[in-house]
Ligand binder design. Sequence first.
Ligand SMILES: [Cu+2]
Length: 138
Amino acid sequence: MIRTKTLLLVVCLFLPLSLFAGETPSPEGAKAYFIDLKDGETVKSPFLVRFGLNEQMGIAPALADWPDTGHFHLLIDKKPPNPNRPISNKNLHLHRGQTEATVELSKGMHTLQIVMGDYSHIPHNPPVMSERISVKVE
Ligand SMILES: [Cu+2]
């Protein structure tokens, strides 16, 4: 009996999330990329990150549910995000539709990855992300 109740509770907790998950389709061929940062590059902190997006997709501020659009996120020292969940607030959201950001990082090696999110900060399906690059901060 206790086991059944626990199972029911677990199902109830996860069902709404799974129904909500990553339903915004990404346009075919959409690509996000770093405009001038390259894998293995050495940079001086603070440095400017410029976000690139090819013509298949447009940029919209968060909360604007416009077709084939999204806003940029920068993941620093993180694994690729769960595609079914909103991108955490611990990451940088360019929620006003910005296309560049000044980033300050401690000295040493860091990984950077761009991930597009829809109006509700959830990655598109399939996700539109850059390569995860490594930079050395001096
Ligand atoms: Cu966001």
